[in-house]
Ligand binder design. Structure first.
Ligand code: OSB
Ligand code: MG
Length: 395
């Protein structure tokens, strides 16, 4: 079973039967690499600004095949407490030994081993991703097929960072709409919110528009939320504290606009709590934030069974993480456009071939080749690798 134990009773059983006949895999090697990729332009959110991404890749080898995953932690603990360095430590010293200790029966077996260690979801997810790519390659299936995906292409949107000026933001909104993106998400923070959203809305009365606060507000900002509530936004993403559910429930009760939780949803159990408390009406699923495919599938199944729409969030991943996001977003419950943009929106050159492209209708094609469905560009990765570390089953 691909879905994990805690949510089985809630599960709509989507994505569970497909890998039922899982083959046991003996992993012989786990490799960790960091690769710095400059961003085309700086990305600014309520918690800061970055102009490059330190991409943390993990690969696992077994049965003569290699599977690839990405750890989405950042260099600084702002979006999450994890960092690239904490994830390297946790993988090297705890997760890799657990994965290498004996053959992995299936995803639930791997998740149960990782569950013995608290937290560090992004580190766990990186290895789950690599394992599932390897498993899909063994079974000669696409990742989407393996997890029960039903879409041949997925609708996508773009997440626009806080800009130096309103004009620069408006220019970017126009640019990405012209490229076909189906939804525009604006990063907001106090001082860059109501006036900015009003301008974008006036110019584009009918587009799917949302905002993402990355926890920059409190319940005391009621007047801001009341103003935002009048713009016909499809959602307000994570307005309050990163680990809050209660105040979000109070706020959701006051708003017409749906609240979408990102940071606050760290597991399937947290998702269930949020839905039962009324903290949100939508959930952004990021495989890294929730600790891997096992929990991401459980959250999807829970929401699907309750008719709660979900969408796939992004962490400025390289093509390797993005390919996993595309597979996840092919599940039936992913009805809203994901933060799955073209490679060229982030980087001059991506780590996969071909790069991810957005079609003029604002969709990304779900690959049908086995595993990730993209070729990992190992020569390019090697040319940009900063740190390399190998953990083997034989010391
Ligand atoms: O809150 O969704 C977020 C990027 C890094 C950290 C957090 C977030 C984001 C994004 C970008 O919004 C999404 C993407 O295009 O990858
Ligand atoms: Mg977000």
């Amino acid at each position: 079973m691909l879905s994990c134990a805690p949510m089985q009773t809630e599960s709509a059983n989507v994505a569970s039967s497909h890998a039922a006949a899982a083959a046991s895999v003996a992993i012989s090697d786990i490799e960790m690499r960091t690769v710095r990729l400059p961003l085309h332009e700086p990305f600014e959110t309520s918690f800061g600004r970055i102009d490059s991404r330190l991409i943390f890749l993990v690969s696992v080898t077994g049965e003569g095949l290699t599977g690839w995953g990405e750890v989405v932690a950042a260099e600084e603990p702002r979006y999450s407490y994890e960092t690239v360095a904490t994830a390297q430590h946790v993988i090297r010293d705890f997760l890799a030994p657990a994965m290498l200790s004996r053959p992995v029966n299936d995803l639930a077996d791997l998740a149960a081993r990782f569950n013995a260690f608290r937290g560090h979801n992004m580190a766990k997810a990186g290895l789950e991703l690599a394992y599932l790519d390897l498993l899909a390659k063994m079974k000669k299936k696409s990742l989407s097929d393996l997890i029960g995906g039903t879409r041949a292409d997925v609708p996508v949107g773009v997440s626009l960072g806080i800009q130096p000026s309103l004009d620069q933001l408006l220019e970017r909104v126009d640019r990405y709409l012209a490229q076909g993106y189906q939804r525009i998400k604006l990063k907001i923070k106090p001082g860059w919110d109501v006036d900015v959203v009003r301008e974008v809305r006036q110019r584009h009365p009918h587009i799917m528009l949302s905002v993402d606060a990355n926890s920059a507000y409190t319940l005391a900002d009621e007047s801001t939320f009341r103003a935002l509530d009048d713009f016909g936004l499809i959602m307000i993403e994570q307005p309050l504290d990163h680990d809050d559910l209660l105040d979000h429930a109070k706020l959701q009760a006051e708003l017409n606009t749906s609240i979408c939780l990102d940071e606050s949803i760290t597991s399937a159990n947290r998702a269930r709590h949020a839905l039962e408390l009324g903290s949100c009406r939508l959930i952004n699923i990021k495989i890294g934030r929730v600790g891997g495919y096992s929990q991401a599938l459980a959250i999807h199944n829970l929401c699907y069974s309750r008719n709660v729409p979900v969408w796939c969030g992004g962490m400025l991943e390289s093509g390797i993480g993005r390919a996993h996001n595309i597979a996840l977003a092919s599940l039936p419950g992913f009805t809203l456009p994901g933060d799955i943009s073209a490679s060229s929106r982030y980087f001059a050159r991506d780590l996969i071939v071909p790069e991810v492209e957005v079609a003029p209708d604002g969709t990304v094609r779900v690959p049908t080749d086995s595993g990730l469905g993209f070729t990992v560009d190992l020569d390019y990765i090697k040319s940009r690798t900063q740190d390399f570390e190998r953990v083997g089953s034989t010391a």
